[in-house]
Ligand binder design. Structure first.
Ligand code: SAM
Length: 383
């Protein structure tokens, strides 16, 4: 395999040279490396470091992190090199493992980093890790049971199968996530909440619970950082954040119904048309504003190629209202036959009329609010 040296953050890593085939796609190379995911990894290093500081490490105890699906190892190599915690880099591909070992040797981080050549599910069933990171091809669903069992403090998960998560490939989404998504204007937030709902149910099997610290939907993927809590009572409490979204496609009215045994109205209370039912999904918070600030501070203090972009996105995450689901201003304007205003103008007017309102990291033309669709339409029509 031909390799080249690249630097991300403070870490120089050998990665495969893209090969002809599938338009030089990263997946066509013998070992996977996708430069487009640099921001995902920059945030990973910053968020992991922020979390480790929260743990107030005892110098006598080692904090363990596993990059269960490592490929070139770039993610875990950066964690080891840039945060100093003990890291296991695992991949079932022999070529990937050879490259990982070469990278560990070149970086001289063998004191806190080991390469592992196992099926990720076997490794995660064999060992507990303080921090478990899943960054698979497509869906993380096949690894969630083992990860839920292994993780002690922090679970980090990427999903790149946005089409099944967001309802564009409905049956595939139902098979992987045992839930029904809507492929509508807020499909990106739908994907986040379907994924979190699936993870919550997997954790509850282990009498564990999650506290979402940071979750973002960026380009073609979703990424989440979940603090772990232990015990059946915590799991019961967590599951109270599960529920459904009832949505009327005719008038845009929507309602969040909490609980797994909710009563659902078949017809929309606003226009009488047939409601759609999506879920079960996570309706609880998806970020902790304090953790977003701590991660931003880490990014500010570090070398990373996507610093400005990452900080801008995390500021939107930090400041967005904790209310499912966002509203798309352009869609509402189209229906009303009016032109769209600057998103800040809409938000300010909602606030002037006594509602909560914020921007959202999911979309630059959208907003979150506690106003209902009737009030939103009046306000937008008045602008
Ligand atoms: N985390 C990497 C990064 O940031 O560049 C990318 C990982 S790549 C998307 C997924 C990797 O998972 C591939 O290298 C593949 O060989 C590995 N893989 C897939 N299934 C696996 C399994 N069951 N056990 C271990 N490795 C697996």
């Amino acid at each position: 395999m031909k390799v080249r040296s690249i630097t991300e953050g403070d870490t120089e890593v050998l990665v495969p040279i893209p090969v002809e085939g599938a338009n030089f796609a990263p997946s066509a190379a013998p070992v996977f490396y996708n430069p487009v995911m640099e921001m995902n990894r920059d945030i990973s290093v910053a968020a992991t470091s922020a979390f480790v500081k929260r743990m107030e490490p005892d110098p006598e105890k080692t904090i363990t992190y596993v990059d269960a699906l490592s490929a070139s190892g770039i993610r875990g190599l950066r964690i080891a090199n840039e945060t100093g915690i003990h890291t296991t880099l695992n991949d079932w591909s022999e070529e990937a493992c050879d490259l990982i070992q070469q990278n560990i040797d070149n970086l001289e981080i063998g004191h806190n980093t080991i390469a592992s050549h196992k099926n990720a599910n076997v490794l995660l069933h064999e060992k507990h890790f303080n921090i478990v990171d899943l960054d698979p091809f497509g869906t993380p669903a096949p690894f969630l049971a083992a990860a839920a069992r292994s993780v002690i403090n922090l679970l980090e998960v990427t999903a790149t199968d946005t089409a099944p998560l967001c309802g564009a490939h409905l049956n595939s989404g139902i098979r992987k996530y045992a839930a029904i998504p809507f492929n509508n204007e807020y499909h990106s937030e739908m994907g986040v909440r379907i994924l979190l709902g699936r993870i919550a149910r997997e954790l509850s099997l282990q009498d564990k619970a999650m506290n979402p610290l940071l979750t973002h939907a960026t380009r073609h993927y979703v990424r989440t950082y979940l603090e772990m809590k232990k015990g059946a009572k915590q799991a019961d409490k967590m599951l109270k954040n599960m529920g459904f979204i009832v949505h009327c496609p005719a008038c845009g009215n929507r309602e969040a119904i909490y609980g797994l045994a909710a009563h659902i109205e078949e017809k929309c209370g606003r226009c009488g048309e047939k409601n759609m039912l999506g879920g079960p999904m996570w309706l609880g918070k998806i970020h902790s504003p304090d953790f977003c600030s701590e991660t931003i501070a880490e990014l500010e203090a570090r070398n990373c190629g996507t610093k400005q972009l990452a900080i801008k996105m995390l500021e939107l995450c930090r400041d967005e209202l904790d209310i499912p689901m966002f509203y798309d201003q352009h869609l509402i304007c189209k229906k009303l036959g009016v032109s769209a205003s600057a998103i800040e103008t809409v938000i300010q007017e909602l606030r002037n009329r006594g509602f909560k309102a914020s921007r959202t990291h999911f979309s630059g033309i959208s907003f979150k609010t506690d106003a209902d669709i009737s009030d939103i339409e009046i306000i937008i029509a008045d602008l």
